[in-house]
Design a protein around this ligand. Structure first.
Ligand SMILES: *Cc1c(COP(=O)(O)O)cnc(C)c1O
Length: 400
């Protein structure tokens, strides 16, 4: 007897990219192109009516009183730091396990990033680690909170809502009140994420920062971002800083930057915002399909699939498993037609450019373990059920 055909033993090879933005664009093209043509005809490209309309829609979506459209998520973080007056001599507490911009903007503002380790389940900054730092490494001197190691003033917290799930804001906001710290939420990956009680990403701290980079859940046709706040004075300050601090134009009592949002991005984002909840629901359905398939395949002893924390609504910008032999698995999946990515391979305290902060290599063991084990799998809304089953089947084949 002949051995079974190869196709009988392994499922047909499929292509499952990590992200396919064309699938989202195609059904929207007929709506978006005439709007872009209108902008071309108007030749008004910067901070016009589309920006105003999108700011109002995004503020309302995020349960925020004010929204200020800016040029990128990175610029949103920088603008937030500038608006709160955080700079030389100040420290901002954040997570070492995030995209570079989080700590990069703190340093660019002239302040010092201070890292506290993450929670192993959510990958977000752990309020227990933050409290330990505040109580054991800081002291009050003349009404200011001073980090004994650096001598700098500890003034703010910058939690990141990683992968589309909020950080433990109840714990962090309690610390902010107790230690008199400002809070900037890096909600770049988490538009629409919230808690069961309805508090939304970007609405809870002093300022929330969103990114509309094309791979985020709400993606522009280029770079764009947003600052949100409940505070009218802060909103006004950010609007002035967005245009180099000039008010009226050419009269500067503040030094700002060019953080302007353009009409094309705002118009595209306004169209897409109306569809965001549907896409989020599809990402949540995909996450549930993965969870069921991992369970059926008996893989939960080998890999650790992600789970939303109780009381949190995850929006799944990324679906990130923990996997032994992660790099070999990633290579194998690539050969099988499955895209995956490592967010993030090097925690920020180990980055060469932050060597001056003086952290020991082993100071943040939870972040280090995450960097060794995490692998993001395809989760975008347009994925088919068979594609998810194929990804899980190939993971099962790897550990076979
Ligand atoms: C994407 C991202 C940013 C930066 O946003 P850009 O729009 O790319 O500048 C900042 N922080 C986090 C956590 C991000 O994922």
């Amino acid at each position: 007897m002949l051995p079974p055909a190869k196709s009988a033993r392994s499922p047909p090879r499929m292509s499952v990219p990590l992200l396919d933005l064309k699938k989202q664009y195609q059904p929207l093209a007929a709506e978006i192109i005439p709007i872009l043509q209108g902008i071309c005809a108007s030749q008004q490209f910067i901070l016009g009516p589309h920006v105003l309309e999108f700011e109002q829609a995004a503020a309302s979506y995020g349960n925020c009183a004010h929204a200020v459209g800016v040029s990128s998520g990175t610029d949103a973080l920088l603008l937030a730091l500038m608006a709160l007056g955080l700079g030389a001599g100040d420290e901002v507490i954040t997570t070492p396990f995030t995209f570079f911009a989080t700590a990069g903007t703190i340093a660019r503002a002239g302040a010092r990033p201070v890292f506290c380790d993450i929670d192993a389940g959510s990958f977000n900054i752990d309020p227990v680690a933050v409290r330990e730092f505040l109580q054991q490494c800081c002291e009050r001197r003349a009404g200011q909170l001073i980090n004994r190691r650096s001598g700098a003033r500890v003034r703010a917290l910058m939690p990141v809502h990683l992968y589309g799930q909020c950080a433990d804001m109840a714990g962090l906001l309690a610390l902010a009140r107790e230690f008199d710290l400002k809070v900037i939420e890096d909600a770049a990956q988490a538009i629409g994420a919230d808690f069961d009680d309805g508090r939304r990403a970007g609405s809870m701290g002093d300022i929330g920062c969103l990114s509309f980079f094309p791979t985020k859940n709400l993606g522009a046709f280029g770079d764009a971002g947003m600052c949100t706040t409940q505070d009218a004075e802060l909103a006004e300050r950010m609007r002035v800083l967005r245009v180099h601090g000039g008010k009226p134009k050419y009269f500067h009592h503040l030094i700002g930057g060019n953080f302007r949002l353009d009409e094309i991005q705002a118009a595209v984002l306004a169209v897409k915002l109306r569809l965001l909840d549907g896409w989020t629901a599809a990402r949540q359905r995909n996450a549930a399909w993965y969870a069921a398939a991992f369970e059926r395949a008996g893989l939960n002893g080998r890999i650790r699939p992600p789970a939303a924390s109780a009381g949190y609504r995850h929006t799944w910008n990324q679906y990130v498993i923990r996997a032994p032999q992660r790099d070999a698995l990633k290579a194998f999946l690539g050969e099988q037609g499955v895209g995956s990515e490592i967010y993030y391979p090097v925690p920020l305290h180990r980055q060469q450019c932050f060597a001056y902060l003086g952290y020991g290599a082993d100071e943040f063991p939870v972040a280090d373990a995450a960097a060794r084990e995490v692998l993001a799998l395809p989760i975008f809304p347009e994925l088919a059920h068979e594609q998810i089953l194929y990804v899980v089947d190939r993971i099962a084949a790897f550990y076979g």
